[in-house]
Design a protein around this ligand. Structure first.
Ligand code: GLC
Length: 763
C-alpha cells in the first residue's frame, strides 16, 4: 500500500479516509468507477459477473485538501467530508454531491385520518422507510432521468419517486412506485453531459428524482452498504453500452422466439391447444409459439401435468411441432406443501426451502394453496431447479415462463426475519427478496442450456439488474385500457435502456376486457416489441385475433405479416446488441439526446436506429402529430420523404401504423411466412431507403451456441448511386443465401451465390 495522508492506493483502487468513513473507489474502465464503503467492499454482486476491470492509467493526487483521481476520461474529487464531484475531460461537472440538508416534505397524516381513508376504500401508502443510508446529488434545471427498469409513468422520470421492492402489483397506474422488477440503474442527462448510476444493493431502495426538491435528487436504501457505479458516456446510448458491459448483455435468442406468441390464462385442455393452433394456421396468422398457463399442471404442482386435461403431453407437443409450433409452459416458484409430492419431499429433505428463524420450513399461500419457497440464493437449490427442467424438456417444451417470482404471497407479505441464504450465508428476505426472480431465472436458464444445448428461452416477471443475461421479461398484469397501451411505450423503452432488450407487454391487455379498436391499436403499437405475446386473464373476454371478426382480424394479420417480413431486422439488432448492449425498442433520446423535443417523447420510439414508430394510443384518433428528428425520413407505406426536426400531421386510419424509415437505411425483408424456419431461408431482400447506404446482416442457425465458435455469416450490403455490392465478410455458417435481392423503390435486382468465387453475382 502506498500511503499518502488522505488515501491509500492499490493498483486501480483508491481507499479514501473521510470523516464519514472509508470510501473505496475502483476505476474499472476509464469511464466506469465503482464506489463503495467498508460494508459494501466485502460483498459479492449478483448483477455483475466476472472481473470487469480493464487496465486504466490512473493518477491520484491531493489538491486543495481533496483527493483527485484522474482517468483518461474523467476526474473525481473527494473531500474530507466524503463529498464527491465528478468532472469530464472538458472539466465540466457531470455529477456533484449535494452539500446542503434535505428539505424533507411535510406530510400531515394522523392515524385517525389514515383509518378514515381506509374505511372509504383508499389504499394508504406509507412513506418509504428505506433510509439506512442515503446518496444525495445536485439536481440541475435541465436534468432528465431514464432507466429504472419497468416502472410506471412516463419516459422522463424527473419529478417522480420510485421504490425497489419487487411487487406483484395488478394496479399499474402512474402513481404506483413499485412493480415486479428492481433495476436500481438511472441515466441522467442534460443534453450536454450524460452519465449512469447503478446502485448495486438488493435491499429495498427508494429514488426521489426531484419530487422533494428542485435542488437535489436522492437514493436511500434499507440495508447493506454504499455500493454504486458511476459511468460516463457521451450520450444515452454510450451509457447503456457501459452499463451492459458491467451487468451483461441480452444474449442472442433462438430465432423462433422473435415470432408471435399466443397465450391465455389458460388454454386448459389439449383440445383448447389444438383448436387455437389450428385456427392460427387456418386464418394464416403467423405464429410460432403457444403458452400454457397454470392449468396444465396437476393441482398447480410445478413439474407435473394434469393427465385428465393433457392425457399425453409429449404426443401433443410432437404434433404441434410437425405444425411448426413451439410450446412454452409456466413455472411458478411456489411448491405445494404436500407430503405425497416428490418436488416438495425432495426439497424438504435437502433443505432447499426458505425457513422461519427456528429452521422450520416457511409457508405462505400461492396458486397451489399452502406453499413453500425454494431458496434460490443457494447454489444447491439452483442446481436442483435446473435439473428439474428436464421434466419439461423431455416432454418437448421449448421455453419456460417464470411467474410469481417476486415472490408473490397471497397470505400477507413474507415476514422480514424469514431466512433466505445469500450463497452459503444465512440472511433474510430483506436482502434476498429483490434477487429472488433473478436467481430463479438464472437456474432455469442453466437447466435449459444443459438439457437442450440451445439458447434458453426463459421469461421472468421479477428481475434484478443483470437478469437480462438469462431471461426475457414481460411487464406483468397490465390492463386492457388505453392508459396501459400508452404506458407500454415508455415502460418498454426504459426497460431497454436498463439492459432488458428482450421485453414485452401482454398485447391487448391482461386484466379486463379488451375491445376491437384497442386490440387493433395494440398490435400496431406492439408489433416491434421484442417479445410479442397476446395474453389475457381468466374471466375476461377472449382476445385471440379472430375474436372480434373483421376488420380486426385482417389488420392483426397485416401487422403479424409485417413482423415476419422484418424478422431479420430484429435478429440483426439482437446480434449487434451482444456487442453494444443497445436495445431493440429505443426512445428517441437514445440517439437524439441534444434535441429538447425528444426528452420526454412518450408516444414514439425507434426500432434500432433506422425505423421510427409513432402508434396511435388513444381511441377515435385517425390522424396524429409525429415528430421526426434530425435527418430525413420516409413514410414506410408511401415512400413520401420528410425533413427532420419538424412536426407533421399524418394520417393514421385504423389499419395504419405511422412508420418511418431513416434516409440511408437498408432494411432486410423476408417473404411472409407463417412460422420461422431458418433451414428454409435461402433468399433475402434488402431494401434501400434514399440514395445510398451500408448495412451489416447477420445469419446463423438461429438455435444453439455454435455461433460463438464462429459458425455465423456476416454480409455487408453497400448500395451507392452507381454501384451495389454484397460482401461476405465472415463465412462460418453453411449454407449462405442462394439468392439476395437488392431493392430501390420498386426496382429489384437479384444476385446469386457463386460458390467457386465465394461471391454474389447478377446472372
Ligand atoms: C399472474 C401472471 C399472469 C398469469 C397468471 C396465472 O397473474 O402475471 O400472466 O396468467 O398469474 O398464472
Amino acid at each position: 500500500m502506498n500511503h499518502v495522508n488522505m488515501y491509500e492506493q492499490e493498483h486501480q483502487t483508491v481507499k479514501i479516509n473521510t470523516i464519514k468513513g472509508n470510501l473505496w473507489l475502483t476505476a474499472l474502465t476509464p469511464e466506469i468507477i465503482h464506489i463503495q464503503d467498508d460494508a459494501a467492499h466485502a460483498t459479492n454482486s449478483y448483477a455483475v459477473e466476472g472481473n470487469k476491470q480493464e487496465v486504466v492509467p490512473l493518477t491520484v493526487a491531493v489538491q486543495d485538501g481533496k483527493v483527485e483521481i484522474t482517468t483518461p476520461k474523467l476526474r473525481i474529487e473527494i473531500d474530507q467530508d466524503g463529498y464527491l464531484d465528478i468532472f469530464n475531460e472538458h472539466d465540466q461537472v457531470v455529477l456533484a454531491d449535494y452539500r446542503g440538508q434535505r428539505e424533507k416534505t411535510v406530510v400531515q397524516f394522523s392515524e385517525e385520518q389514515q383509518e378514515l381513508l381506509k374505511a372509504e376504500g383508499h389504499v394508504v401508502v406509507k412513506q418509504s422507510t428505506a433510509s439506512k443510508l442515503e446518496v444525495v446529488k445536485v439536481l440541475n434545471t435541465n436534468d432528465h432521468f431514464y432507466g429504472l427498469g419497468d416502472k410506471t409513468g412516463f419516459l422522463d422520470k424527473r419529478g417522480y419517486t420510485y421504490d425497489n421492492w419487487n411487487t406483484d402489483e395488478p394496479n399499474q397506474g402512474e402513481e404506483v412506485t413499485k412493480l415486479y422488477k428492481s433495476i436500481p440503474f438511472l441515466i441522467g442527462t442534460n443534453g450536454i453531459t450524460t452519465y449512469g448510476l447503478f446502485f448495486d444493493n438488493s435491499f429495498a431502495s427508494h429514488f426521489d428524482l426531484g419530487k422533494e426538491s428542485t435542488k437535489y435528487f436522492y437514493y436511500t436504501v434499507a440495508g447493506g452498504g454504499l455500493d454504486y457505479y458511476f459511468m460516463l458516456g457521451s450520450n444515452v446510448a454510450d451509457v447503456v453500452t457501459n452499463y451492459t458491459y458491467l451487468t451483461g448483455r441480452t444474449p442472442l435468442p433462438q430465432k423462433w422466439a422473435l415470432g408471435y406468441h399466443q397465450s391465455r390464462y389458460s388454454y386448459k385442455t389439449e383440445q383448447d391447444v389444438y383448436q387455437v393452433t389450428q385456427k392460427l394456421r387456418e386464418l394464416q396468422l403467423p405464429c410460432d409459439t403457444v403458452h400454457l398457463d397454470i392449468d396444465y399442471m396437476d393441482g398447480y404442482r410445478v413439474f407435473t401435468v394434469d393427465k385428465n386435461r393433457f392425457p399425453d403431453m409429449k404426443r401433443l407437443l410432437a404434433d404441434l411441432k410437425t405444425n411448426h409450433f413451439k410450446v412454452v409452459t409456466i413455472i411458478d416458484p411456489g411448491v405445494k406443501k404436500d407430503d405425497q409430492y416428490h418436488i416438495y419431499c425432495e426439497g424438504v429433505k435437502a433443505q432447499l426451502f426458505a425457513t422461519n428463524p427456528d429452521r422450520s420450513v416457511y409457508t405462505n399461500s400461492v396458486w397451489p394453496g399452502v406453499s413453500v419457497y425454494p431458496d434460490f440464493g443457494q447454489a444447491k437449490t439452483r442446481q436442483w431447479w435446473a435439473c428439474n427442467q428436464k421434466f419439461l424438456t423431455d416432454l418437448g417444451v421449448s421455453g419456460v415462463w417464470n411467474d410469481m417470482n417476486e415472490p408473490a404471497s397471497f397470505n400477507g407479505p413474507i415476514p422480514d426475519e424469514t431466512v433466505f441464504f445469500d450463497e452459503n450465508q444465512p440472511t433474510t428476505i430483506q436482502k434476498m427478496h429483490n434477487l429472488y426472480g433473478h436467481n430463479m431465472a438464472r437456474a432455469t436458464y442453466a437447466g435449459f442450456k444443459k438439457q437442450t444445448g440451445n439458447r434458453p428461452f426463459v421469461i421472468t416477471r421479477a428481475a434484478y439488474a443483470g437478469t437480462q443475461k438469462y431471461s426475457t421479461v414481460w411487464t406483468g398484469d397490465n390492463r386492457s385500457s388505453w392508459a396501459a397501451l400508452q404506458m407500454m411505450i415508455p415502460q418498454l423503452c426504459n426497460l431497454g435502456l436498463s439492459g432488458f432488450s428482450f421485453a414485452g407487454t401482454d398485447i391487448g391487455g391482461f386484466l379486463g376486457d379488451t375491445n376491437p379498436e384497442l386490440l387493433t391499436r395494440w398490435i400496431e403499437a406492439g408489433i416491434f416489441s421484442p417479445l410479442l405475446r397476446n395474453h389475457s386473464c381468466a374471466g375476461t373476454r377472449m382476445q385471440e385475433p379472430w375474436q372480434f371478426g373483421e376488420p380486426t382480424l385482417a389488420i392483426y394479420r397485416k401487422y403479424l405479416q409485417l413482423r415476419y417480413q422484418l424478422i431479420d431486422y430484429l435478429y440483426d439488432l439482437f446480434a449487434q446488441g451482444e456487442s453494444d448492449g443497445l436495445p431493440i425498442m429505443r426512445p428517441l433520446v437514445t440517439h437524439y439526446g441534444t434535441d429538447p423535443e425528444v426528452l420526454n417523447l412518450n408516444d414514439e420510439f425507434l426500432v434500432g436506429s433506422d425505423l421510427l414508430v409513432a402508434p396511435v394510443v388513444a381511441p377515435g384518433v385517425t390522424k396524429r402529430m409525429v415528430y421526426l428528428p434530425e435527418g430525413s425520413w420516409y413514410d414506410y407505406w408511401t415512400g413520401y420523404s420528410y425533413a427532420g426536426q419538424a412536426y407533421y400531421l399524418v394520417d393514421a386510419p385504423l389499419d395504419q401504423l405511422p412508420l418511418f424509415v431513416k434516409d440511408g437505411a437498408i432494411i432486410p425483408l423476408r417473404p411472409v411466412t407463417e412460422y420461422i424456419d431458418v433451414q428454409a431461408e435461402n433468399m433475402i431482400t434488402f431494401k434501400l431507403w434514399g440514395e445510398q447506404g451500408t448495412y451489416h446482416h447477420y445469419q446463423d442457425n438461429g438455435a444453439d451456441f455454435a455461433y460463438q465458435n464462429g459458425e455465423y455469416n456476416l454480409y455487408e450490403i453497400k448500395m451507392t448511386a452507381n454501384n451495389d455490392a454484397i460482401r461476405l465478410m465472415h463465412h462460418g455458417y453453411q449454407p449462405v443465401y442462394r439468392q439476395i435481392n437488392l431493392q430501390r423503390g420498386d426496382l429489384v435486382i437479384s444476385f446469386y451465390f457463386d460458390a467457386t468465387v465465394q461471391t454474389y453475382k447478377t446472372k
